[in-house]
Design a protein around this ligand. Sequence first.
Ligand SMILES: *Cc1c(COP(=O)(O)O)cnc(C)c1O
Length: 389
Amino acid sequence: MGLRIVRSDRLNKLPPYLFVEIDRAKKKAVSAGRDIIDLGVGDPDQPTPRFILDALHKASRDPKTHKYALDKGMPELRAEIARWYKARFGVELDPDREVLPLIGSKEGIAHIPLALINPGDIGLVPEPCYPPYNSGVIFAGGEPHKLPLLAKNAFLPDLRHINSTVLSKVKLMFINYPNNPTAAVCDKAFFKECVKFAEKHNIIICHDAAYSELSFDGLRNPSFLETDGAKGVGVEFHSFSKVFNMTGWRIGFVCGNSEVIEALAKVKANVDSGVFNAIQIAGITALKKIDSVTKSANALYQKRRNIFIDGLDKIGWSVPKPKATFYVWAPVFGRHTSVTLAQALLDKANVIATPGNGFGASGEGYVRMALTVDEGRLKEAVARIAKII
Ligand SMILES: *Cc1c(COP(=O)(O)O)cnc(C)c1O
């Protein structure tokens, strides 16, 4: 007879992982033989560029790469990250103390609360948001406090109206621009406000910049670390996944405040053994060509965005054109809620969209659609949606 397996309270506190539910609905539809257009998950459809595959292939043949990675990642990768940061943002980073490779940025985002939060501490998280901000805080025994991202505030959190009892317990705050799921961008003035807020209330800022390089119409997104004082209060997470179509590879990095980075490195030294060396070498090769890769990725998504949004507009669904990311944050039409619209899109149009409230209550009234299918399929999606408007 087996044991009765009882899950930990912290695990039970987590909301169901959104994409698992959507995946289940999708698998059911696909196995029923339906032709589904999946705009649900933010995973690029394009392959990883060939030159990065070649770099991995070559590096993987060198037995030196087969051993455990160094705790803090390869010095050459950290140096290349610092070089790119200087060139791209004008920010100086000490590769030894202010840069740390991650097994995908999600890994670092989920672990950083373990390095900083005590039971009873509060973590400010935007809402709607990328789920690991919330779960990371809960795993660390902290309490997430949601900051709604609303259209009337340009999807920026309102830092001026947070209850002072809450504020006194806040240890860290997650922010994320360009934003998933709202596709909103922020300017340097917002980052400046965050630094002031952090200094005043002693709050560590964790900025998730996974989409910093994906932008349209010539927009250049700033780094949080460009702001005066930012390095004193926080860190910034980056990902190779979205720009380089490397979601499955698991490589990202965090940079900024050296004490925060050292604390995270200590957590990681106890739970993982770093990124496969050959992948780190491929990452160096990737970063060296980031400018040209970014340019073609942005051209591709911008074209798709225009086709999709202009198409929706023509059939009577007016959706704002995102300035960055590959997401479309679409207000529901008619009498729909997020869930009834997503359900109708799946049942009647064979299109998968993610209900906005799955990312948090303030996402009610929206669905998120990802521009990660080709132009033909986006046109087909518009034609199918036309029938249910
Ligand atoms: C995709 C995504 C990430 C990270 O991805 P990794 O593959 O773990 O590097 C981080 N933040 C947001 C908001 C994302 O959408």
